[in-house]
Design a protein around this ligand. Structure first.
Ligand code: ZN
Length: 403
């Protein structure tokens, strides 16, 4: 199928739903809900999908704010899934623009469904409402509790970026830890010799991590903060807590860095006379494994749209996402779309990004992205040869593929 001929029809279908789609996204933006409390957002998206004729399971996978919506035309056949995120960041609100992600996926589902009805395309469209991306691992839990990608031929989502659109360049896997040191409180001036300083242990740990970085494999990252460092300057802290993240695209490097990190924690405890504990914080995410065939289709459609400022899917990805686990369970991509005019730049998770996630420009690109993903869905549903190619890439059978 030529995207140039089909995209206008898909985009026109979405345009008939512009008002409810944009209104939904704007309402989600104005009412930020953090991980697993996205009651309003999930309800709004579910209401749209029901009106579009999708069968909805909500709540889903043991999470009140997760859902699964399905539409089947004919006798089924292939299945294409769209992931919809809608959680906000604590404190700052929709500074990651997830209000645009969920709505783009619902727009895509609507356009694909409308096309399937009109042209008699058999297959199944699934929309997975995936809560708690920001640290909660909603997708990991959906896989664990409901095997939500079983039978899915391809899964896709697109995340608002800055001024450019591109396919998936991957992401790092992440494991998060809390380090607690236990010491002994004492008056810092009156009887310091009776104390055991749990803050000293954190300081030594952070210095050890800092020095280790020079020798650490460059494909790994380690960074952290001290969350509890004591309460009063005249009290030797008896308990401190820091949170440390370790990331890499390679699981074995995360293992390697973790082994050193655990020794540093032990060493810091030994040097100060403290005792230590390492606890896993939150759910680990796998690194993302972008499907190159899906990247190719997405990119071709995005270029054909003409509005998206498309760049090739190359570059270094350091962040992490729970879509990583999705991409190991089924062939998938987590693409990125422009939400601001060319030449605009701003960091993620910032006030500027939050403002850009609620502009007419961003909403137009969100609707365009819906048409692009709908096109990808139809390609996958109608082309068995393409599905086989996607599967081969997923299984690592394409020559020259990076692991
Ligand atoms: Zn995000």
């Amino acid at each position: 199928m030529d995207p140039k001929t089909i995209l206008p029809e898909l985009r026109a279908a979405i345009e008939t739903e512009r008002l409810p789609l944009v209104e939904t996204s704007r309402t989600i933006w104005s009412n930020p809900e953090v991980a697993f409390t996205e009651f309003k957002a999930s309800k709004l998206l579910v209401e749209l999908l029901k009106r579009y004729g999708f069968t909805v399971e909500y709540p889903y996978a043991g999470m009140e704010t997760a859902f699964r919506a399905e539409y089947t035309h004919g006798n089924g056949g292939a299945t294409f899934a769209l992931a919809a995120e809608y959680d906000a960041l604590p404190g700052i609100g929709h500074a990651c623009g997830h209000n645009l992600i969920g709505t783009a996926s619902v727009a895509a589902a609507y356009a694909a469904k409308t096309y399937m009805d009109k042209h008699g395309v058999d297959g199944r469209i699934v929309v997975l409402g995936t809560p708690g991306e920001e640290g909660g691992g909603g997708k990991v839990l959906m896989l664990r509790n409901a095997d939500c990608l079983k039978g899915v031929d391809a899964v896709m989502m697109s995340h608002g970026g800055a001024d450019r659109t591109r396919g998936d360049i991957g992401s790092t896997g992440i494991r998060r830890y809390d380090v607690i040191f236990h010491g002994k409180a004492s008056h810092a001036a009156g009887s310091p010799e009776k104390g055991i300083n749990a803050l000293d242990a954190q300081i030594l740990l952070f210095n050890a991590i800092g020095l280790y970085r020079q020798q650490m494999n460059r494909d790994a990252l380690i960074h952290g903060v001290i969350i509890e460092g004591g309460e009063a300057a005249n009290v030797i802290p008896d308990r401190t807590l820091s949170r440390v993240y370790i990331r890499s695209k390679q699981e074995k490097l995360i293992d390697e860095v973790y082994a050193r990190f655990a020794k540093m924690v032990e060493g810091a405890a030994l040097m100060t006379g403290c005792t230590s504990e390492i606890e896993q914080y939150s759910i680990p995410y796998k690194s993302r494994k972008p499907n190159r065939v899906l990247n190719r289709i997405f990119e071709a459609a995005a270029r054909a749209m003409g509005t998206m400022n498309v760049i090739p899917a190359v570059g270094e990805a350091r962040g992490s996402s729970d879509f990583g686990d999705f991409s190991h369970a089924a062939p998938g991509i987590h693409a990125c779309f422009a939400i601001a005019p060319p030449g605009t730049s701003f960091p993620g998770h910032s006030e500027a990004k939050k403002a850009h996630a609620n502009t007419d420009f961003a909403y137009d690109r969100m609707l365009d992205t819906g048409a692009i993903m709908a096109y990808c869905a139809l390609e996958v549903l109608t082309d068995a040869e393409l599905r086989a190619e996607i599967r081969r890439d997923f299984e690592g059978k394409t020559p020259g593929q990076n692991a």
